[in-house]
Design a protein around this ligand. Structure first.
Ligand code: COA
Length: 689
């Protein structure tokens, strides 16, 4: 069989199994006809829905053939509407005086013939010349220019359902199966043949951009002094050799997965993994734990890397890691109770250099972790992709593993496999100093991390839908209430919302700390307010509606954060003095997200989480399941104001109160029920039967 046959056959087999797995797992739904729905209707409550502030004429879905959709370009919203929304989002979060000062600055920026108009014109031109006008600027701002260490600060982790390994053989068999699953998946990625995703929820039915998936196994984040570089291999069709890097006991090994144009099967891979485990036992050949360097802040690691590459042995080892498909980290047992929290910490940072933290290479996009104690999951470098693509990929792999585990194990491979290769390093005193310093900083970061995994069992997505409310909007309002309960105020909040309806779309921000959410929180908590429960219910509806409106604006490309960032970056590109709008205290504060949130739904019992994005804030990833919501709350111990446990308690109390309120006073839900109205999940419309 030649290269091409292997590729085509594998692709055909993969397509059948992939679709079968994903469909069974509920990860995808088949879609032959795609309904076109106006966002205002898709909330399911067209009668109370306020039409979004601007309609986006671009948001049609031209379609050439199945699985090949030409998506519209990411739009540039109108300047005036962005400025109006900006003022609206900050008004209730700053003092009166500060607001007046900000309003004057904004008015001057947006005046006819002013700076704003000029920058806007340039943005519109940029849109014409780029696939996605915000992409590069957004990527730099969100990730590549962030000098902070990747673990905790940037790289999310995901816990898989715990495995039950009896011994090392079980661990390695699982790992071999995982590699096989990834190689299968990669065949389809290399052929750019993944079935297109379609939006669910508010924009149900719209085809989504798939580029993020194609970066998962082809990218690497190179550290830089001022700025990192995301290197993505564009052409990856059947290179002669392909390899995975296996980390075991802080040593790194090259495991070739295509040898003589033949892809290794599960038995081959198991044999190779066993060899690696044996090789790692050779104490005489042990290298220092070089992976620790990648956990340092980016400029430090960039500096250390410069020293490393002076030596050809190191250059060769770095090259092998930088060009591998992914990392497989075979971890030592964590030796603590296997709670959600302990498993999550294992993925987030590996629990210190004396445990598994050095058994990583944080620059590599995908690192799969398989522990001897059955603790499995992944940690991924965030810049190439959002969590949604990572979750879809992981769930596909878990289905694959489950399915293939039922099948008969094939006989031992007959061919003679070359031994995996240990990566070697030449380290002088300078590198040893860097290693000691990186280990020390990582230890402090770990000790400073306050993570809490809270499973709210009082309600899930099902209950919220029955209230005729959007689950995501309800949860966001609940988080605002929880924050208010803890801190007596609301703060600028980030909710990542996908803009994958557009070419190369990533995310923009839903600013969930709306005026309506503040009114609701005050109504629920301030004793002085002492308002009736039915009034509280009204406030809850108003807050949920406001949240949905902002959501629709955002996912249709009409939100303000990316637009304002674009205007700011354009001023820099034109070498103009930065307009006052962007140096104003309000603007700076409005980009300091003390509450950074994200919906990360899974269909299996895994969950995804990340750290806070500022030293004195919270990161909250939430996973709405049918009958429960998993909240992964993070903050830093050295901040006196925050506490993840306190926030989790507030979440418990707030959501229970909201549930009670709905059960007793949500007459809209009752009316719908009496009128026998059903909400069709497929298109998000309410239909009367
Ligand atoms: N009554 C009853 N059901 C409703 C409803 C209502 N009023 N409004 C929505 N629903 C249903 C939806 O149809 C959907 O049904 P489904 O489960 O069958 O698909 C479900 O409730 C969820 O919809 P909703 O809660 O409105 O949320 P959503 O799925 O549209 O999610 C965002 C909203 C913003 C989270 C989503 O658009 C998004 O952008 N996700 C990506 C986030 C991201 O990037 N995360 C990773 C960051 S690393």
């Amino acid at each position: 069989m030649d290269n091409c046959d292997l590729h085509v056959n594998a692709l055909a087999i993969w397509k059948c199994t992939h679709l079968h797995f994903l469909f069974n797992a509920g990860v995808i739904r088949t879609c032959t006809t795609v309904p076109v729905i106006h966002p205002a209707i898709s909330s399911g409550r067209a009668e109370t829905m306020i039409v979004p502030r601007k309609s986006n004429q671009d948001l049609i879905r031209p379609r050439s053939r199945r699985n090949s959709y030409v998506l519209p370009k990411y739009p540039v919203p109108s300047l005036q509407e962005t400025l109006d929304t900006y003022l609206k989002t900050v008004n209730h979060l700053v003092t009166r005086e500060q607001y007046q000062s900000t309003k004057a600055i904004v008015d001057s920026f947006g005046a006819t013939g002013g700076m704003g108009e000029l920058l806007q014109e340039h943005l519109v031109k940029r849109k014409e010349n780029k696939v996605n006008w915000i992409y590069d600027w957004w990527l730099d701002t969100m990730y590549l220019c962030n000098p902070l260490a990747l673990p905790v600060n940037s790289s999310p982790g995901m816990v898989f359902p715990q495995q039950n390994f009896q011994d090392e053989g079980d661990q390695l068999r699982f790992a071999a199966r995982l590699i096989c699953g990834i190689l299968d998946y990669k065949v389809v990625l290399d052929a750019r043949a993944l079935p297109v995703d379609f939006a669910r929820g508010q924009l149900a039915g719209h085809a989504l951009c798939m580029e993020q998936y194609y970066r998962l196994f082809t990218s690497y984040r190179l550290p830089g002094q001022q700025k990192d570089t995301l290197v993505t291999q564009k052409n990856n069709v059947m290179p002669e050799t392909e390899h995975v890097v296996v980390a075991y006991r802080n040593q790194f090994f090259v495991l070739e997965v295509v040898i003589n144009y033949r892809r290794l099967n599960e038995t081959d891979l198991f044999t190779q993994l066993r060899r690696i485990v044996k090789m790692a036992g050779n104490e005489a050949e042990r290298s220092p734990p070089l992976g620790l360097l990648t956990s340092d802040c980016r400029p430090n690691w960039a500096e250390a890397r410069k020293v490393l590459i002076r030596d050809p042995t190191n250059r060769d080892s770095l090259n092998a890691i930088e060009h591998c498909i992914f990392l497989l980290c075979l971890d030592e047992p964590i030796d603590v109770e296997l709670t959600d929290l302990n498993m999550a910490l294992q993925m987030m940072h590996g629990n210190g250099w004396h445990k598994n933290s050095a058994n990583r290479w944080y620059d590599k996009t995908m690192q799969f972790i398989v522990g001897l104690d059955g603790v499995c999951g992944l940690v991924y470098e965030h810049s190439p992709s959002e969590g949604i693509a990572v979750i879809q990929c992981a769930e596909h792999l878990l289905c694959y593993i489950k399915e293939t585990a039922r099948k008969l194990v094939r006989a031992d491979s007959l061919c003679e496999l070359p031994s995996p290769r240990r990566l070697r390093w030449k380290c002088g005193p300078e590198i040893h100093r860097c290693l000691a310093s990186a280990a020390d900083k990582l230890q402090r970061l770990i000790e400073n991390t306050d993570l809490n995994i809270y499973r709210l069992k009082a309600l899930g997505k099902d209950f919220i839908k029955k209230q005729r409310m959007s689950p995501d909007a309800f949860i966001q309002v609940g988080l605002q209430l929880s924050f208010y309960r803890c801190h007596g105020r609301l703060v600028h909040t980030y909710e990542s919302a996908s803009v994958r309806c557009f070419q190369e779309g990533r995310v923009d921000n839903i600013r969930s700390a709306t005026k309506e959410a503040l009114d609701f929180a005050k109504g629920m908590i301030d004793e002085r307010a002492s308002i009736s429960d039915s009034k509280k219910m009204e406030l809850l509806w108003a807050a949920v509606d406001a949240q949905i409106n902002y959501t629709v604006q955002t996912i249709t490309g009409m939100a303000i954060d990316n637009h304002l960032l674009g205007l700011q970056e354009m001023a820099k590109e034109l070498q103009m003095d930065l307009p006052k709008l962007f140096t104003d205290k309000t603007y700076l504060m409005s980009n300091n997200f003390l509450l950074s949130t994200s919906q990360v739904p899974t269909t299996m019992d895994g969950f995804l989480f990340y750290g806070p994005v500022v030293p004195d804030g919270y990161g909250v990833a939430y996973n709405p399941r049918l009958d429960q919501i998993i909240f992964c709350i993070s903050s830093f111990n050295n901040c006196k104001e925050t506490s993840s446990a306190m926030f989790a308690e507030a979440v418990e109390k707030s959501f229970k109160e909201m549930k009670d309120l709905c059960v007793k006073y949500n007459t809209k839900a009752k009316l719908c029920f009496l009128g026998n109205a059903t909400y069709t999940a497929q298109n998000g419309r309410k239909s009367r039967q």
